[in-house]
Design a protein around this ligand. Structure first.
Ligand code: TYM
Length: 347
């Protein structure tokens, strides 16, 4: 009998998008979710909804559960398959908060203070209103990643620094307490890593941008999406050319166009040679409407059956806890905590 070589274990990927608005936006989709869908066949995938991260900024408790379900529905509508991937809500797996605390205790105050997202957010709202939770956001994110011994983390460019911190914490823990964590790598796809605000193309498209017209919300009426593309800020001159320095507005539109159609940017430049910005916008508005309409319909169908969504999330949380609890037990043991015994065992 010849022995078959055992297939190499698949690498693990993990990622998530916060439920801080009534919908994910086009930047979340192009920069992150779309890549997750492409990767889930090849990797052992974990996708979760970081609701504990959503409460690090001002939030409405009467909206949180609904927004969490919306993100869940949007993942599935975009193509995440709960049969193939582990799919759950962060707060349903208490080990995330538990590991975050342990990591807080090996993170330097100065190190956390250097996180640019924290600095940006506190600059906007003032340091006095920032919470300890917002300050500790990156260590909770590190816990999310390290609990599952993740190899790759597909995210947009804005998460790069958090990934660097995660790597440092994994290495530090391993050196101090013994080899426990996989040191993960960020997977950031260059072409789509940052989609910019349609009204202010020097800022990233975000859930909390200055003008609502700057973002395409995936669940909004597609007519509004079309309007936002048509009224996007463009640049001086008339030439349609990819040049993020000189023409950030047009370049952003070309990136979105290319991402949604798969046409290379160079082909689009050739196609629109001699045409006006208006032509590009009208065509892109149509592309965006064709993309958001079925996604929105599917999301709304899924939202019409919240019990089924909750069932899928409960199954996912169970699978997640099987992995997370093993890692957490190891972490406590290596850190030297007194093991907790059940009373039955002590008697
Ligand atoms: P969040 O919810 O801000 O964003 C979700 C994903 O979307 C990407 N993204 C963008 N990509 C391109 N252009 C944009 N304008 C744009 N805006 C957002 C983000 O890079 C992200 O990949 N901290 C994470 C959530 C999180 C997480 C994790 C991610 C918590 N724990 C563990 C990975 C692993 C965040 O703020 O995502």
């Amino acid at each position: 009998m010849t022995l078959q070589p055992t297939p190499a274990a698949k690498k693990r990927i993990l990622s998530g998008a916060k439920p801080t608005a009534d919908s994910l936006h086009l930047g979340n989709y192009i920069g992150a979710v779309r890549n997750w869908v492409d990767m889930q066949a090849e990797y052992d995938a974990v996708f979760f909804i970081p609701d504990l991260h959503a409460i690090t900024v001002d939030f409405d408790p009467s909206e949180l559960a609904k927004r969490t379900r919306i993100v869940a529905a949007q993942y599935i509508a975009a193509g995440i398959d709960p049969d193939k991937s582990i799919f759950f809500v962060q707060s349903h797996v208490p080990e995330h908060a538990q590991l975050a605390w342990a990591l807080n205790c090996i993170t330097g105050f100065g190190e956390a203070s250097r996180m640019t997202q924290f600095k940006d957010k506190t600059q906007k709202s003032g340091a006095d209103t920032a919470t300890l939770g917002l300050f500790a956001y990156p260590t909770l994110m590190a816990a999310d990643i390290l609990l599952y011994r993740t190899d790759l983390v597909p995210v947009g460019e804005d998460q790069r620094q958090h990934l660097e911190l995660t790597r440092n914490l994994a290495q530090r823990f391993n050196t101090k307490f013994g080899d426990t964590f996989t040191v993960p790598e960020a997977t950031i796809l260059k072409e789509s890593a940052k989609i910019y605000d349609l009204q202010n193309p020097s800022a990233k498209m975000s859930k909390t941008g200055e003008s609502p017209n700057g973002a395409i919300q995936l669940l909004e009426d597609p007519k509004i999406a079309a309007k936002r593309i048509k009224s996007a800020v463009t640049d001086a001159g008339t030439e349609i050319r990819f040049d993020p320095e000189e023409k950030p507005g047009v370049s952003n539109l070309l990136t979105i166009y290319s991402s949604l159609t798969g046409k290379p940017v160079a082909d689009l430049e050739a196609e629109y040679e001699g045409k006006m910005y208006g032509h590009l916008k009208v065509d892109l508005a149509e592309v965006v409407v064709d993309f958001v309409t079925p996604l929105r319909n599917r999301t709304n169908e899924l939202m019409a059956d919240p019990a089924e969504l909750d069932r899928l999330l409960a199954l996912g949380a169970e699978r997640a806890r099987e992995i997370a609890s093993v890692t957490m037990a190891q972490v406590y043991e290596r850190m030297g905590f007194l093991p907790s015994h059940s009373l039955a065992g002590v008697r």
